[in-house]
Design a protein around this ligand. Structure first.
Ligand SMILES: Nc1nc2c(ncn2[C@@H]2O[C@H](COP(=O)(O)OP(=O)(O)OP(=O)(O)O)[C@@H](O)[C@H]2O)c(=O)[nH]1
Length: 356
């Protein structure tokens, strides 16, 4: 099998698949729109050209009729970036062009046996971005679409042969182009995603970096305000971290941070956000929890940390908790209040939770 067609390892994860089809629609949307315009123009040229060279049994207005929905679909496509809708519009465009090919193929085919197959190119190439099954449906439409014209039109065997050759070339060409596109675009998507993740996550702990945490927290706070729910932030700082580094080396410090992040991740519920805010400082956004509930979660987290063994004893953390006290309070001020509460926990003797 040619290397281009060897199985492509698409994302197993359904979220990633959805993200990829959105990416595809976004990248390919302008090209689909341009190819549809080419298809509509080619159709107009084909109808006008065939009118000049022969007499069709069908009136001109009827042969031009598919142009109206074709232009509507084309103009709609210009702004559509929703993958499912864009696939449907692409298939609809293929169907309309196939109907047009048939309308123009009835009657005497002399003089236009070269013109009509030319329409197959924009038809076949506008579908190369489609997912596998949609692409197969489009190819079947290309292959079977002209059948009524070939079976019932006045067309001789040489022209039928010529038409079938054109169609085979168009289908083979779009299959190769699709394989190339699928491979190239998926690789590009994967690399972009990887770069984005690297730019947003901390290399040591795998948690969100400060800026990304703030960005996502801002979005989450907007949602929570609309739902009129409470929300809290935990500010967590590892205790006596400097002596660990100084006495046992930075590798021991790093290992403790990795273990600390793993404990935080295990305590995470759906909708929570965790970020590494500074060196040994972490923040956790807890949507839907009031101060009392968040303090209880913080206490669980504090106790869970004791299971991590540092070379000099169990890992302990000091945690400050703050609840958003009005609907418009920004994540930055919420963090400042949680940080102040954490500092109070340090002053009170560390390894404890203090609420703001
Ligand atoms: N190994 C390691 N150490 C880090 C990292 N980031 C910050 N640190 C260290 O964390 C330590 C923080 O020390 P301090 O802010 O003095 O606080 P502390 O010793 O934990 O004392 P308290 O916070 O008051 O309990 C510093 O020694 C930093 O070098 C990291 O990524 N790896």
């Amino acid at each position: 099998m040619h290397a281009l067609f060897k199985s492509l390892r698409l994302a197993d994860d359904p979220d990633q698949r959805r993200e990829y089809s959105r990416y595809l629609a976004l990248q390919m949307g302008p090209m689909i729109h341009a190819l549809m315009l080419v298809g509509a123009l080619a159709y107009l040229v084909a109808v006008v050209a065939s009118t000049l060279v022969r007499h069709s049994p069908l009136p001109l207005w009827l042969r031009l009729a598919p142009l109206v929905p074709l232009l509507l679909v084309t103009s709609w496509t210009r702004h559509v970036r929703q993958p499912r809708l864009l696939s449907v519009l692409t298939l609809l465009c293929v169907l309309l062009l196939e109907i047009g090919i048939n309308l123009n193929g009835f009657g005497d085919m002399r003089g236009q046996s070269v013109v009509l197959p030319g329409l197959l190119l924009p038809v076949a190439s506008s579908v190369i971005w489609l997912a596998r099954w949609d692409f197969i449906a489009a190819m079947l439409l290309c292959a079977l679409g002209p059948l009524p014209m070939l079976l019932f039109g006045r067309i001789d065997s040489a022209q039928t042969f010529q038409y079938l050759v054109y169609m085979t070339i168009a289908i083979a060409l779009s299959t190769v182009l699709r394989a190339f596109m699928a491979r190239t675009l998926f690789e590009q998507f994967r690399l972009e995603r990887q770069l984005r993740e690297q730019a947003n996550t901390d290399g040591l702990t795998g948690l969100l970096l400060r800026n990304r945490f703030l960005e996502l927290a801002r979005l989450a706070l907007g949602d929570i305000r609309r739902r009129q729910q409470p929300v809290c932030v935990l500010y967590l700082d590892a205790d006596h971290f400097k002596p660990l580094n100084d006495n046992h080396g930075h590798a021991a410090g790093d290992a403790a941070l990795v273990a600390l992040a793993a404990v935080m991740r295990r305590q995470m519920r759906q909708g929570d956000l965790i970020g590494r805010i500074g060196g040994e400082e972490f923040a956790m956004l807890l949507p839907g929890l009031d101060l009392q509930q968040a303090a209880a979660r913080a206490e669980q987290l504090r106790l869970a940390m004791h299971a991590v063994q540092r070379p000099d004893g169990p890992l302990t953390v000091s945690i400050g908790v703050a609840e958003r006290n009005h609907a418009d309070e920004a994540i930055e001020t919420l963090l400042v209040r949680a940080d102040q509460a954490m500092r109070q926990a340090k002053r009170d003797g560390r390894d404890r939770v203090v609420s703001a």
